[in-house]
Each structure stands twice: as C-alpha cells, then as structure tokens.
Write a protein that binds this ligand. Structure first.
Ligand SMILES: Cc1cc2nc3c(=O)[nH]c(=O)nc-3n(C[C@H](O)[C@H](O)[C@H](O)COP(=O)(O)OP(=O)(O)OC[C@H]3O[C@@H](n4cnc5c(N)ncnc54)[C@H](O)[C@@H]3O)c2cc1C
Ligand code: FES
Length: 251
C-alpha cells in the first residue's frame, strides 16, 4: 500500500491522435510501469486541477505505459494536448483475474474508452496462450483503429459502429458469439453494454468480470464518492473494484 500511495512522474514520450477527441499517450514511468496489472488504474494529478482524474492504462511495456484518453472535459483535453508534469498515484484498485494459461477463448467486449483496460488485458491473455475474441464498438467509425490494435495483438477482432461508417453496423453486444466454448468474459464500457454481457454470461454459465468506471475523487477509499451497490452490499469502486464479478453487480 505504501508504494501505491506514492506519486510517480509520467514523462510524455509520444501522442498519437486517433480522432479530434481521442488520443493514445505513451509515457515513461520507470518507478511504476512494471507493477501495473490490467484493470488497475492510476489517479492522475494534473497541474491546475484540485481533483485527480482516474485512468486505466491501455498497455505496459518495460518502463513505459500508454493511456487512451477520450476528451470529456478540461483535464482530459489538457492531457490530449500533451500536458507535461503529470503525476500518477498507483497502481490502484483490483485487476482482472486471469484464466489459467492455455484456457479456452476469452470474450472481451468494450465500448469507447473501455477499450483501454481490455487492450492491456488482451496483451496479457495472448502472452499466456489464451485466444481472445475482441468486440469493440463506438457511435461512429472513429475508433476503428482500436479494433485494429486488438487484431495486432493476435485477437480475433470485430468492430461495430452505430452509424455503420466502419465495421459492422450495430453494437458490440449485438448477436454475441456462441458462449459455450468461451472460458471467461470481460466487459468495460457503458453500463447497458456491461449489463448485457453479464446477463448473457450468467445464462450460459460463463464467468464474467466488468470494470465500473465510476466518478472518483481520492481513489483510495477515503472519500466514499464511488459507492456502488453489489450483492454483498455497498462497495467502493476504487478499492473493492473497479473490477467486479459481473454476477455481483446490482444492475
Ligand atoms: C477506473 C477508471 C478508469 C478510467 N479510465 C479511463 C481511460 O482509460 N480513458 C478515459 O478517457 N477515461 C477514463 N476514465 C474516465 C475519466 O476519469 C474521466 O473522463 C475524466 O476524469 C474526466 O475529466 P475532465 O476534467 O476531462 O472532465 P470533467 O469535467 O470532470 O467531466 C466531463 C464529463 O465527463 C463525465 N465523466 C467524468 N468522469 C467520468 C467517468 N468516470 N466515466 C464517464 N464519464 C465521466 C462527467 O460527468 C462530465 O459529464 C476512467 C475512470 C475511472 C473511474
Ligand atoms: S474515490 Fe474516494 S472512496 Fe473511492
């Protein structure tokens, strides 16, 4: 815990603009990167902002990590613009549990910035020999490159856009694949997306995990701003999650 409560500097290495409002930022963070596990998050201190901003890394390699940033307001806009002097508290929260090496295919379903922790997870699953069926969706075609990234990691990847401008028209939860051969599933994105995956997996008896990316402040269980209802009672997404067994969430 002492290590987690330490601020680590993020040194910006590159910024890949995916669209006007989305970017992949690569940072050097030697004191932090190696400790990250998929599903965990960092609480970022950006100069000029009182409250920290949580972000779940999209990859880790050696001393570097990547953040997939969607601009939603002032802080994410600054990050996308290449803001320097960013500090990160972490790794925070519970990671995704991994199936045993060589397990049957894992299903990954993401929407929007939910692709970030699932890209990181996909790389780890491929590294232990688990086949990955990845489905990513967005409103328009601006996130096609994220599906390509899943594919470049060795996943069988499908992309869905609601307006049909790229990939298959529809949502990543439309016509989910046959779940009988799937060993486990993971979903991150809007609540209805996660709920649909959770329900399908429950019916099929497939273990599933989701990440509740609730608005957070402290990130360490002190302010109680991230309360969520689960079958076990009230929990806090920052310390008890953000990853939860899908079957435990009160939807
Ligand atoms: C565990 C966790 C991991 C996250 N990972 C990522 C990530 O990888 N990439 C990414 O782009 N964002 C991620 N987020 C969301 C990110 O923290 C917010 O988008 C960011 O704090 C908004 O800051 P802002 O100043 O730009 O906007 P603000 O002015 O603070 O908010 C702008 C708008 O975004 C909404 N918003 C704020 N927080 C969230 C949230 N958690 N989810 C959905 N909408 C929100 C607000 O309600 C408001 O409408 C994550 C959040 C959590 C809790
Ligand atoms: S963010 Fe403060 S308790 Fe979770």
């Amino acid at each position: 815990m002492a290590e987690q409560l330490q601020d680590h500097p993020l040194e910006l290495l590159s910024c890949l603009q995916l669209s006007a409002a989305k970017a992949l930022l690569r940072y050097r963070a030697p004191s932090l990167a190696g400790a990250l596990q998929p599903g965990q998050f960092l609480n970022l201190k950006i100069p000029g902002y009182l409250l920290r901003r949580p972000m779940a890394p999209a990859s880790q390699e050696g001393e570097s990590l990547e953040l997939l940033v969607f601009s939603r307001g002032p802080a994410t806009l600054e990050l996308m613009g290449g803001r320097r002097e960013v500090m990160a508290l972490g790794p925070l929260g519970r990671p995704f549990p991994l199936p045993p090496p060589g397990a049957g295919p894992a299903l990954l379903v993401s929407g929007g910035s939910g692709a970030a922790p699932l890209l990181f997870l996909a790389a780890r699953l491929r590294a232990i020999g688990v086949p990955v069926l990845a489905r990513h969706g967005s409103r328009d075609g601006s996130e096609f490159s994220l599906a390509q990234r899943f594919a470049s990691l060795g996943c069988s990847a499908e992309y869905f856009s609601e307006d049909g401008s790229a990939g298959t028209q529809g949502r990543p939860t439309d016509r989910l694949p046959e779940l009988s051969g799937v060993s486990c599933a993971y979903a991150v994105g809007p609540r209805p997306l996660m709920h649909q995956v959770a329900s399908a997996c429950q019916r099929a008896g497939v273990p599933a995990w989701i990440s509740l990316e609730e608005p957070m402040a402290c990130g360490v269980g002190a302010c109680l701003s991230c309360a969520v209802q689960t079958a076990q009672g009230q929990r806090h997404a920052c310390v008890d999650g953000p990853v939860f067994p899908a079957a435990e969430v009160v939807w």
